[in-house]
Ligand binder design. Structure first.
Ligand code: ZN
Length: 498
């Protein structure tokens, strides 16, 4: 409204008699152009999404996937830089010109170990596949690329100034690809970043989530015959167990909303040998990154205490760390209005039958009705979610807005075979098209509305606070490029905090 108010002021106290296009909104003609561009690419987006789904690649191993996405962007005239921030499967695709805002769209692409599944409503792993797109990143990546291709075309059709980028971000599931891109300064000149994520409802809610740190604790003991010479042994497994006991007592004395979880990834080889080596894998989370760092420091003390008391040695390796999402209300409202313009996905009778059958396999009562997949949820700002993502890191260096669409049957959990199933058929693809259209409309609107970009940036600066310096929660380490190499799909020991 700013421009209209100013104009009214110049003309005297004249009220705006007509309200053709609300200041900051895209004209109906431009909306139609953008939507038509996404629609024109939608059949190809579907092919790309299903191809990635059928060749799932895990974190930092997304070689075929990244090549496919890059190929689509190159064909559309983007310039593609690959292997950024020391990650061979990462990329930045660029288009546009100077003189307008720099808008980035994120594209994730990795799959999850152990969650291979056919596009069927009952449990059917695909033979020979050790992972599956149980977080829908096949749709995430192809949908982001679809939005970018449509926006680029619209910018050319309308002579709109500005830079458009797609960030191909590998290894979201525990590898923290975006953290390394942020550390490398690749978002420094970005004004706004947009992304979406597959989900079980349609919503532009902008919520906080949890900051996280994960680490492996490795205890080293002294092997000995467990019956004949136990006094000569010092058990590395005792170290693990003593540490776990201390951490479990600690739970009473940590700030509300703290989450601590662990698994034992190695606990010895045979009960008649005192274990020489044992390893645990911890995740600490809280909405506030500072609390995460503090609680992690105390978990470390428990490890040191356990080593002292069991006469073992311990060392640890921080595997990853992500900031919690810093939500942006200005961008969220723009995204929400555009999602409502696009509308929720509709299903064919076959897709509804598929969803009904799949719904019977979902655990936990209180499932949302299937019809909620065809509705848009009420807008919400600053709610608390209990997951984590490496997009959180991006939200502390550039204003970030997200979106979810119902690529999954309502009630489906992320990281489940049911999520893999609908990601490989119409239900997932249709919702990804809704996401691509919403992202494209939002980006186009931002190019034409410098006042909205400025307002989003002002809000971002205010909520981030003064003198912020990005410090990776993962510490000074290189991308863990081989963190999935040993995975056989049976034991996802390196699975994401996600
Ligand atoms: Zn995900």
């Amino acid at each position: 409204m700013m421009k209209q108010v100013l104009l009214a002021g110049v003309a005297g106290a004249v009220l705006c008699m007509s309200a053709p296009v609300k200041s900051g909104e895209l004209s109906a003609a431009n909306q139609s152009k953008v939507l038509a561009n996404v629609q024109a690419y939608a059949p190809r987006m579907s092919e790309v999404a299903l191809q990635i789904w059928s060749m799932p690649e895990m974190g930092y191993q997304e070689t075929k996937t990244t090549a496919l996405l890059q190929g689509e962007l190159k064909k559309a005239g983007f310039t593609v830089e690959t292997g950024v921030a020391g990650m061979p499967t990462s990329f930045i695709a660029r288009a546009g010109s100077g003189g307008g805002p720099v808008i980035a769209i994120l594209a994730e692409m990795d799959s999850l170990p152990g969650l291979s599944q056919a596009a069927a409503p009952d449990r059917k792993p695909v033979a020979g596949q050790i992972s599956g797109h149980a977080c829908g990143h096949n749709l995430f990546g192809s949908g982001a690329v679809a939005a970018a291709i449509a926006v680029k075309k619209w910018m050319e059709e309308t002579g709109t100034k500005g830079q458009l980028r797609v960030y191909g971000t590998p290894a979201e599931e525990g590898g923290g690809g975006k953290d390394y891109m942020v550390q490398a300064g690749l978002f420094k000149d970005v004004d706004i970043t947009l992304y979406w994520h597959p989900g079980d409802s349609n919503t532009a809610a902008q919520d906080k989530n949890l900051a996280t740190m994960s680490a492996k604790f490795r205890f080293h003991g002294q092997p000995a015959h467990a019956a004949a010479a136990p006094e000569k042994g010092r058990s590395a497994l005792d170290g693990i167990e003593a540490m776990n006991v201390m951490v479990n007592y600690m739970r009473e004395h940590v700030p509300q909303e703290t989450r601590i979880h662990y698994i034992v990834t190695s606990g010895g080889a045979a009960p008649n040998v005192v274990p020489e080596f044992a390893e645990s894998y911890y995740v600490v989370r809280h909405p506030d990154p500072r609390v995460v760092a503090d609680v992690f420091g105390r978990v470390k003390k428990a490890a040191e205490g356990a080593a002292l008391g069991t006469e073992t040695k311990v060392d640890f390796e921080v595997i990853g760390g992500d900031y919690s999402i810093l939500p942006n209300d200005v961008l969220g409202r723009v995204m929400d209005a555009n999602l409502r313009r696009v509308g929720a996905p509709a299903w064919t009778p076959e897709e509804t039958a598929f969803a009904e059958k799949l719904r019977t396999t979902l655990a936990g009562g209180n499932l949302p009705p299937l019809s909620s997949a065809h509705e848009i949820q009420r807008y919400r700002f600053n709610g608390q979610k209990y997951s984590s993502t490496d997009s959180g890191n991006v939200s502390w260096v550039t204003p970030l807005a997200t979106l979810n669409t119902a690529t999954w049957v309502p009630g489906t959990a992320a990281h489940s075979w049911q999520a893999t199933a609908t990601g490989g058929m119409g239900i997932g693809v249709k919702a990804a098209v809704v996401a691509a259209k919403t992202l494209a409309l939002t980006a186009a609107q931002l190019y034409q509305s410098p006042e909205t970009v400025a307002a989003a940036k002002a809000e971002f600066e205010k909520s981030r606070g003064p003198n912020f310096v990005y410090k990776s929660l993962a510490g000074a380490r290189k991308p863990p490029l081989d963190y999935r190499k040993t995975s056989n799909g049976a034991a996802p020991a390196d699975a994401a905090p996600g």
